[in-house]
Design a protein around this ligand. Sequence first.
Ligand SMILES: [Zn+2]
Length: 161
Amino acid sequence: MSSSKILTTSFNYQGVYPCPVCRVGKISHMPLMEAMSCDFCQQIFTVNVEQQLLKMPSRQPPLIWHWNGFNWTEAQIEGVEFGWGYVIGAAAFVLLPTTLIGIVAYNFPPHPATPLSWLPYIWTILTLLSHLTIIIWLFIEIYQIPLMAYWRAIQQRFLGL
Ligand SMILES: [Zn+2]
């Protein structure tokens, strides 16, 4: 389609692009610097026009994004490839303890008349939630998702604050 071709743009200093961190603001060239900044979350990026990539140097190791002509690719940590090993590891960390406790709770149910007989089931759910929280927290830590920026954006957009 020719219409999709028009939207495809290469990444350069003159353009204005969506911010890959907060996805709310726009990033544009900072005068006299080889950098771009976001008008919303104030994040500063260094630019590599030849490789069409953006780097966020404010954290170590830096996060990088590639421009695919339409949008930014998923953030990558420089020098780190998040392969399936990490995904499987994270899934196992959440599912294995939950399954174990669930199996025990299912196979050795306490007598319904005993006090706290519901505890193993609640414990299973708590195990799932707590391990899931750890994974989500790690994800937020690694990618430094600006939750406050999101929150401000949501407030501005929906509440008109
Ligand atoms: Zn931003």
